[in-house]
Structure formats: C-alpha cells, structure tokens
Design a protein around this ligand. Sequence first.
Ligand code: COI
Length: 351
Amino acid sequence: MDLDIQISRASKSKIDQVDFGNFSFGSVFTDHMFECDYVDGRWQNPKIAPYQSISIEPSASVFHYGQAIFEGMKAYKDSNDEVWLFRPKENVARFNKSSVRLAIPEFPEELFFDALKKLLTLEKDWVKKDEGSALYVRPFVIGNEFAIQASPSKNYKFMIICAPATPYYVGKVKVLVADKFSRAASGGVGYAKAAGNYAGQFYPTNLAKEKGFQQIIWTDSNEHKYLEEAGTMNVFFRIGDKLVTAPVTDTILDGVTRKSIIQIAKDLGIDVDVRRITVDEIKEASRNNELKEIFGTGTAAVVSEISEFEHKDELFVLPEVDDSYAKKLKERLVSIQTNKCEDPHSWRYKI
Ligand code: COI
C-alpha cells in the first residue's frame, strides 16, 4: 500500500489578502488542504493540494444520513518560530473513536501525523504569534458513496483544512440551562465528534440567542437534572474553592482541554471533584454565594468565563472574583501551548 503523500503547492499564497485583525473564527482558510480517499476497502491516494472546492455527487451518503465526524486542534508558534500542536495524539485517538461509533473506517495514525506535519510545515506562515492567535486545524471525514440506501457508506473522504483562529467567544458568555431540549441520550453518539451533534444544537441555541444567551448548558436527557456540557465546551463550576466538573460518559465529549485543565488545576493545588452535579446544586450554591465561577473549556473556546445562567426563567448572576481560577488556568494552559513555560506532562508536539 503506497501511502506517500503527493504534494502540489499553490502557485501563490493568499496570505497577503488576509486582514488578520478583522475576521471571525473559521471564516478564512489557508492555502492548502490534505485529502485521502477510502475506496475498495483501503485508504489511498493521500495528497496535499491547493485549498479548493471538491466535487461530490448529490447522492453521496453524507448528505442523506450525516455520516461525518470531525476534530479540532490548534497549532501555535513560539518566539523562535517553531510550530507546536497540543496533545495531537489525543485528537487522533478521539477521531478514530468517533469514527468507530459512526461505522467509519479508522484512519491510520501514522498517516494522520504525516499529513499534519507536512500540511503545517507548508502553512507555517499562517500560524501567528500574537497573543490569542493560533491556527485551527480541522480534520474530518465524510461518507462518500454515491448511493442512498441507509447503510454505512463504502467510500469515504478524509480531509484536513486549516483556519487562522480568532477568539471563539468575545467576552463572558451568558448561558441557558436546558430543561426541554437535549444534546445527547445515553447509548447515543454524544461522546463522539459527530457532525450531527452540533447541527442538533443549532435550533435550541437560536431560541436561546433570541433570549440573549450565547450558549446552552445541556442537561441529561432523562430528567434534565444533571449538568453535562455547554454547547461547544465542557463546563466547570467553582463552588467555594473546589472545582467541579462532570465525569465523561457516553453523552459527554472527552475534551482534550477539559482533561488538561483538570491536570493543571491539580498541579496548581486546586481541589478538583469529577462527579455528577445537579442543576439544583448550582442554583442553591449561587443563592448561598458559594458559586464563584462557571467556565467552559474547548479547543476553539480555550477557557471561556460564564457570567450568568438562567434556568426555568430564574436568572443567576455570578460574582466578579479577584482570584479567578478561569484566568489562572487559562494563563497556564496557553503558556504550555505556546512554549512559554515548562511542559511537565509532555503535551507539546513539535512540527
Ligand atoms: C472545538 O473546540 O474544536 C470544537 O470542536 C468546537 C467547534 C464546533 C468550533
């Protein structure tokens, strides 16, 4: 099996046309993309080509049954112009875990890393050093058999595209706690980065936006009693001086930022409790002034502070705290990601 990556370079970079201070997250793409097809029962023809449209028949299975999964990772540039990924092995493993759940053939890890290295080497100039900058890397795979029977596709297309990242949420986030809609049900695909997990959130999130909230904190689908995750993020609660977050289950995404924040908190001597947490508990803690912070974590969102939450028409406003865990943890995380401090857990991966 020949899995050498063929590279054809763009004749001219688009980078000079980009106003780096002035675009929204995920709306600008770099010069190249990686693609590889699964045909005749094997991955083949890996290539890097100029970023361009792809041609797919309308019968392709992804359009009908949503057989698609994706990942999100970020590349950072340090002061010596070296480019780093953050814990990419975790993303590759989760990519394949998501694939298995959606009956998609796993993508070979070695080829995945080869593709990341070659693509990011070509796109090095797109990784900016300014504070808060990174290059967002989006691997994804789609069912690409031209047939509409409701069964797993025989053919797939794996791709990696890259987009310069700007902050995903600007300022603090206001959230609505779900009491009607659900993101994921037990036994379902909630733990996978299935494309449909996100599409299913758009309508309830639009309703929340009409009420002035940016995101929804999802609760369990049985009773809407336990707090699970917030839109595109895992979610943490600071009650007193303890940090509490839900354990990952089959309805909660096993966030790379989430597990890194738990580790960093422990490294900094913060008490972390990974356990189920109820809506009533945080409402009660807020009424007693014990709920000091809520924040979300994710690759795109990094660490995003939540300023207010509403549940069943009751609004809870969080206090301003001087010793914000969110700020402290974010600072440490970003320092590790951008090679500004020691990396005690060997999370950085050099391109
Ligand atoms: C990420 O944080 O990488 C995500 O997958 C969220 C995405 C929907 C922007």
